[in-house]
Design a protein around this ligand. Structure first.
Ligand code: ACM
Length: 634
């Protein structure tokens, strides 16, 4: 299958090269085989190319407001490449809103034809036009080489998404990101045809959205004391009288601005208000909403959870709302009212994850309430809470979505489930006829390390680009129409800045975008890896640092008898791995890796690096023998 594809690519590019002499000086070889991410459903290279020097004419057959906004944004993109749009230009980009709907294209698909004389983009509506323009951007260079003509190689594309929900989640509670930073995150998402931004707005470490009925949520709940160091381990609790100086929140005016900005990039925002757990910031502001009503603080990343294995945990500080108190439902009613006003999308996310039931189960009044209402345990009480919340959210004209814990103790009637603890919650919910969004830790958690822990910001789990690419959102036995789609989740305990958020998101978001947009049968790791490397260049010219961990060797260490053995692999094609165990630099001085080798005893370090065509690529990994010993696979 792969060989056939390579053969076809070679034939196509050879044909193109022979027919294109006039243009070939200007056409970058790389774009003859397309580099589009996510891979389109149908791509046919044609002869020749569309040459643009300074001007292009845009012809449009619709005055749809949103389509015109998309096109204006595209004109800005062209302007940055030094291309103006002018009605006197001879070469047109013709954008056609289909008068007769093309059922293959659906609501977000498009057709794009580039030839010597014109570019024609047609779609059934504004979303299709938007997506076609994103592809067109990828056919253009990311940066103009001086004032050289730009040539887009001729081609025909017919393209449409596999899933309607193609999301990324950003946690703005653990670290706060400014309005401009959120916009930059949305910009990049939209270029890869993501259409849902799940905005994790509240958590124990900060409440980030202005709620006019409860001003203390942001006066108090948005701020914590400044701490550095690793989350959940060595950060000290606030001292008496210490000023809470780290944080921030989005005013309602700023939220409206971001909602509009997202809309102008074909992105719907799903706001998350995470309850009944993860609510320490709420309780710092309004302690009366907890069972014990004790005053507390916004946690600055200090340890307050005792993880007991197997998904069990104890919260050492109360961070749950009291599900037996009517005041809590009055509070949520007002909060969700304001949220529903601000966000025009269909869904509101109510969290529901990792709610600790201990404070409920140990409280006499809660116990009395449970007895009176025939609620048998903490799970059933959480289910009672979730069902009440669903009624509130529905009463605002919205649909409720929550993390898969909302299944525990019985799922609310119309709830959509976001499956994160693997796929099983999603499978269970879909089997009950509920819609699901798949976002399993195993394939979609962007906070996990993507390369060797010797060079990454250390956290407890790994998720490589290759593994992310293996994500398949529709498990066997599940009705595909119930899987709305999926998303990558970026939790930000260890992500303090937007440049690092980009580093953690990309290129794994390419893999997620392709999984969610492209046809299952078109996914091909080697071809994806090739296109990914081309997109590294696109980010580089924009000075955005994204992870190239996929270029690094993957190290496995094991014992064979008394010997400490090392296996090296690399998932990117056309590379070699070099290494040394004599404390020297590997690329020029090293041994070419062919098979597992022994790490001899002694005061030495392993050095290893990936090489292509005699040149080192990726990072040099450098690990002491003692550190390697700690990695021995048991
Ligand atoms: C989650 O990762 N707690 C949804």
């Amino acid at each position: 299958m792969m060989l056939k594809k390579i053969f076809l690519i070679v034939i196509c590019s050879t044909l193109l090269m022979s027919c294109e002499n006039k243009l070939s000086k200007d056409v970058d070889n790389k774009i003859k085989i397309h580099t589009i991410i996510p891979v389109p459903a149908h791509f046919e290279p044609l002869q020749g190319g569309f040459e643009i020097t300074d001007e292009v004419k845009i012809e449009l057959n619709t005055n749809n407001k949103q389509a015109n906004i998309y096109i204006d944004n595209f004109k800005d993109y062209l302007n940055k490449l030094g291309i103006k749009t002018s009605n006197s230009a001879t070469k047109p980009l013709i954008i056609k809103w289909n008068e007769k709907q093309d059922s293959l294209l659906g609501v977000e698909g498009y057709q794009l034809e580039v030839n010597k004389n014109h570019i024609v983009l047609n779609a059934n509506n504004e979303a299709g036009i938007f997506n076609g323009l994103q592809t067109l951007k990828q056919l253009l260079p990311a940066k103009r080489i001086k004032s050289k003509a730009i040539v887009i190689a001729s081609c025909k594309i017919v393209d449409y998404p596999r899933f309607a929900w193609r999301g990324l989640m950003l946690d703005v509670s653990r670290h706060f990101f400014t309005v401009e930073e959120i916009k930059s995150y949305l910009d990049k998402m939209s270029e890869y045809k993501f259409n849902v931004f799940h905005w994790h707005l509240t958590d124990d470490q900060g409440w980030r959205i202005e709620i006019k009925s409860f001003p203390k949520l942001t006066e108090i709940g948005a701020w914590r004391v400044e701490r550095y160091g690793r989350y959940g381990s060595d950060r000290a609790y606030p001292k008496d009288g210490e000023k809470a100086s780290y944080g921030g929140f989005y005013s309602q005016e700023q939220v409206k601005e971001i909602v509009q900005y997202a809309k102008d990039r074909n992105i719907t925002i799903v706001p998350e208000i995470d309850v009944p757990g993860h609510s320490m910031a709420v309780l710092a502001a309004y302690p009366e909403l907890s069972v014990n009503k004790k005053s507390t603080f916004v946690v600055p990343g200090s340890k307050f959870v005792d993880w007991q294995g197997g998904g069990k945990f104890e919260m050492l500080i109360e961070n749950t709302l009291n599900p037996t108190d009517e005041k809590v439902y009055d509070f949520l009613d007002k909060v969700f009212s304001e949220i529903a006003e601000l966000f025009p999308g269909k869904y509101i996310h109510m969290g529901g994850d990792e709610a600790y039931h201990g404070y409920w189960e140990r409280d006499r009044n809660v116990q009395k309430f449970m007895k009176k209402n025939g609620i048998k345990d903490g799970e059933a009480l959480q289910s009672y809470f979730v069902k009440r919340v669903e009624k509130i959210i529905n009463s605002k004209g919205k649909k409720m979505i929550g993390w898969d814990e909302i299944l525990d103790g019985g799922l609310a009637e119309g709830a959509t489930v976001m499956s994160w603890r693997g796929m099983k919650g999603g499978i269970q919910a879909a089997k009950m006829g509920h819609e699901v969004v798949m976002t399993p830790t195993t394939f979609a958690y962007l906070d996990y390390m993507q390369g060797d822990k010797s060079v990454e910001n250390r956290i407890y789990a790994n998720l490589s680009l290759e593994k992310t690419y293996q994500f398949e959102p529709v498990p066997e036995g599940v009705k595909p129409e119930l899987v709305l789609g999926g998303q990558g989740n970026l939790w930000t305990e260890g992500v303090a800045t937007m440049p690092f958020a980009f580093y953690m998101t990309y290129p794994r978001a390419f893999a997620i975008a392709e999984t969610l947009w492209s046809r299952k049968q078109d996914k091909d790791w080697n071809d994806f890896a090739r296109r990914t490397e081309m997109h590294f260049d696109r980010f580089e010219v924009k000075n955005t640092n994204i992870s190239k961990a996929v270029l690094d060797p993957i190290i496995s260490i094991y014992k064979a008898g008394d010997k400490l053995m090392c296996k090296l692999v690399n998932s990117i094609p056309e590379t070699e791995i070099y290494y040394t165990v004599d404390n020297t630099y590997p690329a020029q001085l090293g041994i070419k890796y062919t098979e597992p080798f022994e790490i001899p005893e002694g005061d030495l370090d392993l050095h290893t690096q990936t090489v292509r065509n005699g040149k080192a690529i990726g990072r040099e990994l450098h690990i002491t023998r003692n550190k390697l010993l700690e990695r021995v696979e048991k």
